[in-house]
Write a protein that binds this ligand. Structure first.
Ligand code: SAH
Length: 373
């Protein structure tokens, strides 16, 4: 930290609480709750209503910089620049599908890392899929996001601004958010919770908690923690196999928690929140799509209030996994439905762009590496 910055901090803030900082050691203003921002603004000897104005510019009008905040005096903007960094993601690449309205965004973070997010337009509204970490350390075998491990957690502001930037770029009202991009959200628990608080804050974007889904590979203790947070967000669990041996082959996390432990946690989540559960099941040809897989899956999930989302695996070139073909996926779905288990086959969106989780970012990293070599 430079001397002048240390001076600036002590000049303005007497807060005891440790606030989230960005890599340049300034406070991350877009990760502050309204009460925290109000405390900061009062410490800066500014009237409290300025906090509300700043918060509205960030979370309702969702502007890209302090420059656009027309009712904030120049002197306060100066102080804000000194003390707070302003997370605003730059789209360095946008891939637009010609088959549907899917758009894939590659965003640059202020430290030079890149992440990806997806915009999807359905008949019933607009959804955004966001990343929760740079990379991932869960190691799922079919997933491109995890091939190089995790680089760092995303800040709450960096999760939020994927949504705000996409809303700015497309001009669309975002109706649903899914945390199903790169990263394991329950491996970035505290930032995820703060992100949810900000996103669903009635003073901010005010997304309904029911319109938010968090997808996890199954970090059991954190599913229980989430169940106790008194939220009404949806939980999606990446199951991908119907017995522990097969799950271990696809997902290293299965060495830590058994399917039974994961399903117990999901049942507890449902009991506490009443929210329907989704199980994601990526269909890999001749690996987890056989008759006996369907039978075991039915046995596991019978009696649970759940939907199974079947996703023919999106092949990545680093691995030799092939997707189950359409007719076999439909037959698998029918078997589940016959046993009264709701199942859908995920519509393939944006098949002509780098669709699978982490593929766009990975291509970019490889290109950068090649040009550096
Ligand atoms: N870590 C979280 C969220 C990110 S992945 C989780 O595991 O749920 C979002 C979903 O996409 C997960 O179900 C994941 O297993 C799945 N996925 C990742 N790569 C995939 C691929 N190549 N094909 C199909 N599904 C994939």
């Amino acid at each position: 930290m430079t001397r002048s910055r240390r001076f600036a901090l002590s000049k303005y803030l007497n807060m005891e609480k440790e606030l989230i900082k960005t890599s340049d050691n300034r406070i991350d203003i877009k990760s502050l709750t309204l009460p925290e921002l109000t405390e900061c603004i009062k410490d800066m000897n500014e009237p409290a209503f300025r906090a509300k104005q700043l918060y509205e510019w960030m979370h309702i009008k969702q502007v890209a910089s302090y420059d656009e905040m027309t009712n904030i005096p120049k002197s306060l903007k100066g102080k804000c620049r000194e003390l707070f960094s302003y997370t605003s993601l730059d789209a360095v690449e946008v891939q637009e599908s010609r088959l549907d309205d899917t758009k894939k965004f590659l965003f640059a973070l202020s430290d030079g890392n890149v992440i990806e997010s997806v915009f999807m337009k359905y008949r019933f509204g607009v959804s955004v899929c966001i990343s929760s970490q740079v990379g991932c350390r869960m190691g799922c075998r079919f997933c491109a996001s995890t091939l190089d491990g995790v680089v760092r957690n995303l800040l709450p502001s960096e999760m939020l601004d994927q949504i705000y930037s996409i809303a700015r770029y497309t001009g669309e009202k975002i109706g649903r958010v899914v945390v199903m991009g790169s990263g394991e959200p329950l491996d970035n628990y505290d930032n995820l919770l703060r992100f949810i608080e900000l996103l669903t804050d009635e003073n901010g974007m005010n997304l309904s908690q029911r319109s938010l889904t968090v997808s996890t590979c199954g970090i059991v203790p954190n599913i229980y923690r989430l169940a106790d947070e008194k939220l009404s967000i949806n939980l999606a669990l990446s199951l991908h196999a119907s017995n522990d041996d097969k799950r271990k082959e696809l997902m290293p996390i299965a060495n830590t928690y058994t399917i039974e432990q994961v399903l117990d946690a999901c049942r507890a989540y449902f009991d506490k929140t009443g929210r329907q559960l989704t199980f994601e099941y990526s269909l890999v040809k001749e690996v987890n799509d056989t008759d006996s897989d369907a039978r075991e899956l039915i046995e596991l999930l019978s009696g649970m209030n759940a939907v199974v989302n079947l996703i023919p695996v999106n092949p990545i070139k680093e691995r030799d996994f092939k997707p189950t073909d359409r007719s076999a996926a439909e037959a698998f779905q029918k078997k589940l439905e016959k046993s009264h288990i709701n199942a859908t086959i995920r519509r393939e969106m944006g098949r002509d762009i780098d669709g699978a989780c982490g593929q766009l970012r990975r291509r970019r990293l490889l290109e950068e590496k090649r040009s550096a070599d």
